[in-house]
Design a protein around this ligand. Structure first.
Ligand SMILES: Cc1cc2nc3c(=O)[nH]c(=O)nc-3n(C[C@H](O)[C@H](O)[C@H](O)COP(=O)(O)O)c2cc1C
Length: 173
């Protein structure tokens, strides 16, 4: 699948098959996650890969919006080393982490896998819970969780195409 096809066909998948993901596919997805743009090239993004079912289900337990984690065979935690923040724009790391997260969703789609972005930062309670569950060092902030697996469903239908036109403003608002 080429990049454009993957971007246009990506959907949030919330039900996964149990099957494990091939190591080479995991490595491709991780490489995509570290290939995004980075403000001032500080490269603050760090990726934590988790396949252990118990660890996956121990992260954000009991939250409805995190339920898809329970069936995912692979979880990638997109984290940020805040000691690499830029002084004049300290929160630019969130843009780096977003680009990294989206790159991995697109890479997973292009490999025929389902994926889901679960938000963590800036929700303080979730950020703290993930930090504690994974014993992250003080300067490391968990930004997002990406659940990946073979699709157990096809995801929700894409938002209506006609709405795309409503969101685009040519030359002036
Ligand atoms: C910052 C962010 C946080 C999200 N958090 C969750 C989440 O916690 N649980 C979930 O099921 N989906 C989550 N999503 C996925 C959105 O619900 C999904 O992208 C949206 O419904 C549009 O569907 P689509 O991804 O299929 O286009 C999140 C998406 C973003 C960008």
């Amino acid at each position: 699948m080429d990049a454009l096809e993957a971007i246009l066909n990506r959907r949030s998948v919330r039900v996964f098959k149990e099957e494990k993901i091939e190591k080479c596919d995991i490595e491709t997805i991780l490489k995509a996650g570290l290939s995004g743009p980075s403000a001032c090239n500080r490269r603050p993004v760090e990726l934590l890969v988790i396949e252990d079912k118990e660890t996956i289900s121990s992260i954000l337990p009991g939250r409805l919006e995190s339920k898809p984690l329970l069936s995912a065979p692979l979880l990638i935690v997109v984290a940020v080393d805040t000691s690499k923040a830029i002084r004049r724009a300290p929160l630019y790391w969130a843009a780096d982490a977003s680009a990294s997260t989206e790159n991995m969703l697109i890479a997973a789609t292009s490999l025929g896998l389902g994926s889901l972005w679960l938000g963590v930062w800036p929700q303080e309670d979730k950020t703290e819970s993930v930090k504690i569950a994974l014993s992250l060092p003080e300067s490391i902030v968990p930004f997002s969780l990406i659940a990946i697996g073979k699709k157990g469903d096809e995801g929700e239908p894409m938002w209506k195409k006609d709405r795309v036109d409503e969101k685009i403003h040519w030359e002036k608002w």
